[in-house]
Ligand binder design. Structure first.
Ligand code: SF4
Length: 335
């Protein structure tokens, strides 16, 4: 058996980073408090000093720290993105996560010692694309878009020497990664440029006593009854009227959770299992990291005997979107 797969945890702030480290992460990832970060939510993320402290805390516990720079430089002034590459290199991060070609080119030329992980936002889901990025920018790892089956990941592994990272748990985007403008349609900002889908300032929860309505900008996203669990409003998971029926027209709320396919995913040859959720709480980070750590260790202790424990699924469902989970495209037959 090769190298043990990595548990990679999200951090939206220093307390979450410490929680990830303390609950068994092998590596953490975080971004800065600005538009270079596709989780640029108000009140979250890292200043330069936070980043220094976070990397020091991670390294003192033998944990790797990756910095995310995964939005696209704006045409009128791209300087913030290039400056952030330089700052990340100076911090001593273990890797930088980049999507944009100009930033890949800049980082590779100016900071060749800094390993580059190709962001999921680059949407590289086939071997020629991944190998192109390796040839030109020497990427060490690719974070695979959530559009592949396990069989496809296994086939990809045969055709590239770039390390593969996949999502193991968390929220799902239904759009081709890095190409969603739904939020921009409703609020004027999107994850691609400003790093936010459904920014909190555009979100409203209207409680009438009997109904709870969620809105994004002026758009009604869902209308819940008294005993229904309300999800954070994103357009792709809204309940809309179509053909005289009201339902989740594009996607049901639900979190990706690969525990039921953990052996297949590990055996496909990936090096890293990523937890989504830099916008989530410290307790979310602690819970998911702890459960995934236990599950991965349990797999390596007895690969053929691995079974996901009911208590793991229960704990993860409790913090999943819509309190339910899906295996996403890992087992889906449609593309
Ligand atoms: S609207 Fe949905 S698909 Fe688009 S970025 Fe937001 S979560 Fe992803």
């Amino acid at each position: 058996m090769g190298q043990k797969v990595e548990v990679l945890a999200p951090a939206g702030n220093l307390p979450s980073l410490r929680a990830a480290v303390d609950h068994g992460a092998d590596a953490v990832y975080f971004g800065f408090r600005n538009a270079t970060n596709a989780r640029n939510f108000e009140g979250l993320n890292f200043s330069l000093n936070d980043a220094k402290a976070g990397i020091a805390y991670a390294h003192s516990h033998g944990v790797r720290a990756n910095v995310v720079l995964n939005t696209f430089p704006q045409a009128d002034d791209p300087s913030l993105w290039f400056q952030t590459v330089d700052e990340t290199a100076a911090l001593g991060a273990d890797a930088i996560i980049i999507a944009n070609l100009s930033l890949l080119d800049y980082c590779h030329a100016k900071h060749p010692q800094l390993p580059i992980h190709l962001s999921v936002q680059a949407s590289a889901s086939n071997a020629p694309a991944i190998n192109f990025y390796q040839r030109h920018f020497d990427i060490a790892r690719v974070i695979l878009p959530r559009v592949l089956t396990v069989a496809e990941i296994r086939a990809l592994k045969e055709r590239t020497t770039v390390d593969l990272e996949v999502f193991a748990f968390g929220g799902l985007c239904v759009m081709a990664e890095g190409r969603c403008y739904l939020s921009s349609f409703a609020t004027g900002v999107s994850p691609n440029i400003e790093g936010v889908c459904s920014p909190a300032r555009a979100v409203r929860f209207e409680n009438t006593g009997e109904r709870l309505r969620t809105r994004l900008g002026d758009i009604l996203i869902a209308d819940y009854g008294a005993h229904e669990e309300a999800a954070y409003p994103t357009i792709c998971k809204g309940r809309f009227q179509a053909n005289d029926q009201v339902y989740h027209v594009m996607e049901e709320p639900g979190s990706l959770n690969i525990l039921e396919m953990l052996p297949e995913v590990i055996e496909s040859g990936v090096v890293s299992l990523k937890i989504e959720g830099r916008q989530r709480t410290k307790s979310y980070v602690a819970t998911v990291t702890r459960v995934l750590r236990q599950a991965v260790d349990s797999y390596y202790a007895d690969p053929p005997g691995f079974r996901p424990k009911g208590k793991w699924l229960k704990e993860l469902n409790a913090i999943s979107e819509g309190t339910t989970h899906t295996l996403g495209t890992y087992e889906e037959r449609w593309q």
